[in-house]
Write a protein that binds this ligand. Structure first.
Ligand code: PLP
Length: 423
């Protein structure tokens, strides 16, 4: 097999991304500069450790890059501490759980079928295999978090850690309520803002840093950066778990987290990715990015309203952020079949469990849509109305090749001559 084959396939994937409508809520398109840094010579370098404290020589330049990434992230989120090294969101969460818990400890997260993430206690993930997970839920009636049930579950189960955050929840979180409950039972409160991070950074959604002990995120969803993760503290504090330095002093939480990332759960950091993260944060500090995040939310709200007008059932009746979850029961189609039919029309999204779903995670009764990626491609409110029409036509007649081909042509025409990334 020739290496040429891989480059041919990369070109094909670029063409697929270019001509299609990307509605997967966790995806986005990065700038040329982010891409360039991620594909740079920094991939050649080992740099175990942290700036100024490495286990390898030749790290002088790497240190400067990692410092810029850390400082830019601190500025963007108003954090006092950032660990920029987690290879992904799952790695960031693994490190925080390692830092704060012992195997078998109880953790409480949002139920996976209600919008939570695998790393918040799923039985097939390290978080559910190594720890004892319990879950809070959303209301059946309005699709919003049931805060009374959350508090009651916490009082009954006494989790050592409470995780706020989701992969498929279209509303903001009341972090203050989580804080009150965590204080009452003495739990560590962690927010995972992987999805709405960019909207939080620009002040569109509530900032969890003043309320939560630890905040994790990915860098590639609404943040519009390279794939990766990171961990932040609003304020550093003495770790409550008894970890001490060699001199017998109580370790600060930042020191415990650093140790949990390296050597706790990772080896050499991906410095090419860290340089791309630095560029991501510098871009996100700009006014153009602020305009982008406002457009993401406007687009999501227009799309959800247009879908409701076409008799789609949006969980919780709308969205505060970049995503929405659709219950397809009244359309007589499963999430799996809807995802497949839309893909044939060059519209990509993902099947998703809806709260209290009666179908398995492989079939599901819903789909999740997001506007972060299409907004990067320059689509605006008018386009959202057209997208609602495309989705409506395909879902109404998912086996009809004539309809699918017609919609596909319209999708390709809409995306024609639009660069993958534009400010
Ligand atoms: N946390 C949340 C809330 C997520 O939605 C995701 C990814 O979808 C992750 C963590 C994991 O991120 P990654 O895929 O980078 O490991």
């Amino acid at each position: 097999m020739e290496t040429k084959k891989i480059f041919e396939l990369i070109e094909k994937e670029k063409e697929r991304q270019t001509k299609g409508l990307e509605l997967i809520a966790s995806e986005n398109f990065v700038s040329e500069e982010v891409m360039k840094a991620a594909g740079s010579v920094l991939t050649n370098k080992y740099a175990e450790g942290y700036p100024g404290k490495r286990y390898y020589g030749g790290c002088e330049i790497i240190d400067q890059i990692e410092e810029i990434a850390i400082d830019s992230a601190k500025k963007l989120f108003g954090a006092s501490y950032v660990n920029i090294q987690p290879h992904s969101g799952a790695q960031a969460n693994a490190a925080v759980l390692l830092a704060c818990l012992k195997p078998g400890d109880t953790i409480m997260g949002l139920d996976l079928a209600h919008g939570g993430h695998l790393t918040h206690g799923s039985p097939v993930n390290f978080s559910g295999l190594n720890y004892n997970p319990v879950f809070y839920k959303v209301n059946k009636e309005d699709g919003r978090i049931n805060y009374d049930d959350m508090a009651a579950t916490a009082r009954r189960e006494k989790p050592k850690m409470i995780i706020v955050g989701a992969s498929a929840y279209s509303r903001d979180f009341d972090y203050r309520k989580f804080r009150e409950v965590a204080d009452e039972i003495g739990a560590v409160l962690m927010a995972d803002i992987s999805h709405p991070a960019g909207l939080i950074a620009k002040g569109i959604l509530i900032d969890p840093l003043p309320y939560c002990d630890i905040v994790t995120t990915t860098t590639h969803k609404t943040l519009r950066g390279t794939r990766g993760g990171m961990i932040m503290l609003g304020k550093d504090f003495e770790n409550p778990f008894g970890y001490k330095t060699l001199k017998g002093e109580v370790k600060m939480m930042s020191q415990v987290i650093d140790g949990a990332v390296f050597p706790g759960t990772q080896g050499g950091p991906l410095e090419h990715i860290i340089s791309a993260k630095a560029i991501t944060f510098i871009e996100a500090l700009s006014d153009q990015y602020l305009t982008y995040t406002h457009q993401v939310v406007k687009n999501a709200q227009v799309l959800s309203k247009a879908l409701i007008e076409r008799n789609f059932n949006i969980i919780s009746g709308g969205t505060d952020n970049h995503l929405m979850l659709i219950d397809l029961h009244n359309k007589n189609i499963t999430g799996k079949a809807a995802e497949k039919a839309l893909e044939k029309a060059d519209i990509t999204c993902n099947k998703n469990m809806i709260p209290y779903d009666d179908r398995s995670p492989f079939v599901t009764s819903g789909i999740r849509l997001g506007t972060a990626a299409v907004t990067t491609r320059g689509l605006k409110e008018d386009d959202m109305i057209k997208i609602a029409d495309f989705i409506n036509e395909v879902i109404a007649d998912p086996e009809n090749k004539i309809v699918i081909d017609k919609v596909k042509k319209e999708v390709n025409a809409m995306m024609d001559s639009r660069p993958l990334f534009q400010w």
